[in-house]
Design a protein around this ligand. Sequence first.
Ligand SMILES: C[S@@+](CC[C@H](N)C(=O)[O-])C[C@H]1O[C@@H](n2cnc3c(N)ncnc32)[C@H](O)[C@@H]1O
Length: 449
Amino acid sequence: MGMAAGELLCEAARSGDVPEVNALIDAGADVSYFDGEGLTPLMHAAKHGHANIVKALLAAGAPWNALSPSNITAGDFAMDSGHQEAFDVLLNAGIQAELVLGTIARTAKEDGDSNGDYLEDRVTFSEDKLMDINNKAIMMAWEKPLMEAHAKAICSGGGHILNIGFGMGLIDTAIQQYAPITHTIVEAHPEVYDRMLRTGWGEKANVKIIFGRWQDVLSQLESYDGIFFDTYGEYYEDMRQFHQHLPTLLKPEGIYSFFNGLCGSNAFFHVVYCQLVSLELGNLGYSTQFIPLPVKDCLGEESHVPEAEVLKAMDFTLLRCPSQDILICKEPGGQYSFFDGMDKAVLARTKMLLWASKRGECSFHKLVQTTDQTEIPGDSTQDAKGINHSFWVPHPRNGIYFPKGHESVMDDVPSGAASFTQPYWLRNTEAVDKPSPDSMIENPPSENK
Ligand SMILES: C[S@@+](CC[C@H](N)C(=O)[O-])C[C@H]1O[C@@H](n2cnc3c(N)ncnc32)[C@H](O)[C@@H]1O
C-alpha cells in the first residue's frame, strides 16, 4: 500500500464511492495521504459534500486539521462549497479533538508568564497605532468602531465596568461616554501605564487604574456589571483562565466581552475555536450568541492600512449571551489577524500536528498519543495499520473518545460537547440574515441554541 492506494482513496473520496473508500481503508491505505495537489482524501470528500466518507475517514484517523498548500482545511472546503453536513461532522471532530488536546496540554503545562518578554520590551506609540518591539501592531486606530460596539454592550446595564488591557484606550474612551459609576482599568505594561498617567486617566473621578498583570491583581478586583478583556501576547489558555474567574468577577445579568482573534488566520479553525470558547463558557453557566460586525465598516477610508484589502474580506462578529450576557467579538472568514497573540498556541499545535502527519508518521489517534508521552494503561489491540484503537474509549457521559486511563481530561468537557445540532451561521454568510450589533444589544434574543 503506497502512493497508488492513496491516489485511489482520493479518487474514491472525490467521487463519493463509500464501499471503495471503506475497502481501501480496511486494506490499510494511508488516510493522511497528500495527492499531487497537496489535498487529502478528507479534503476531497469535504469539497464534494460526501459526509459519510468524511465520517469514515475521520474514524480511520484522518487528520481533521491538515492544511492544503494554500492553507485550506477540509472544513474550509466544506464551508466554501456549502456542504453543511460534512462541515458539521468536521466541526465536531475539530472541537472534540481540541477539547481533549487542550486538557492534555493543560495537564502537562509548566506554569510561566505567557507575555513576560512583551511586558519587558519597549512599545512605540504613534497617532494611529501602538506597536511592539518587533513592529507588530498591538492596537490600531481603525478598531475604534469595534471597541465602541463592545463598550456599548458592556455598558448597557450601567454600573461598574472593568477593562483588562488599556492599549490605545479606545474602549476606555468609549466606556467613559456611558459615565459608569466606576471604571476600573488593569494594565500590565509599564510604558502603557505611564502614558495613561501622562494623558490624565489617573485624574478621572470614576476611573481606578490597577497596574499589573490581571493574573497578579485579581485580589484587587471586585464584581462588575460589564467586563471587557483584550490583552496582548497571551494565549488562548490565558484567556480561558480568565474565564474561570468570571463567576466571581461578573455580576448576575452582567455582560462580558472579549476581543476574539482566535485562529484569525484560518476561517475553519476560527469557527472551531469560537465554538470551543462558547462551550467552555457554557460550562461556566453562560450562553452565547454571535453577532456579526463587518470589519469593512470599521476600516472606513483607512486604505493606508497595509492589510486593508484582506481585512475588508473579514467580518467581525459580536457574540452575546442572553442569560448571563456574554459578548464576544470574532472575525469569521479572516485570512489575517492582527491579534494573533492569543492564537499562537493553537496554531503552533496545529502546525506541529500537521508536520507530523505530512511526514506520514501519524494518524490523528497517534498524533494525540504523541502529545502525551505518558504510558497509557490498559489492553491494546492494533489493527492492520498499527493504530491502537483500545487507547481511545468513549466517555460514558458524553460519548467523546478519550485516551484510556486519562479520564480526568474529560472533567472539564461540557456535556453538550458531543454534538452541535444548531446550524452554524457561517455556512453561508451571504444568505444569513445578519442582525446589526445595535439591534442585538438592545433586543437580545431569549435563546441562542
Ligand atoms: C490590544 S491592547 C488593548 C487595546 C484596547 N482594547 C483599546 O481599546 O485600545 C492590549 C493591552 O493589554 C495589555 N496587557 C497585556 N498583557 C496583560 C496582562 N496580563 N494583564 C493586563 N494587561 C495586559 C498590553 O500592555 C496592552 O496595553
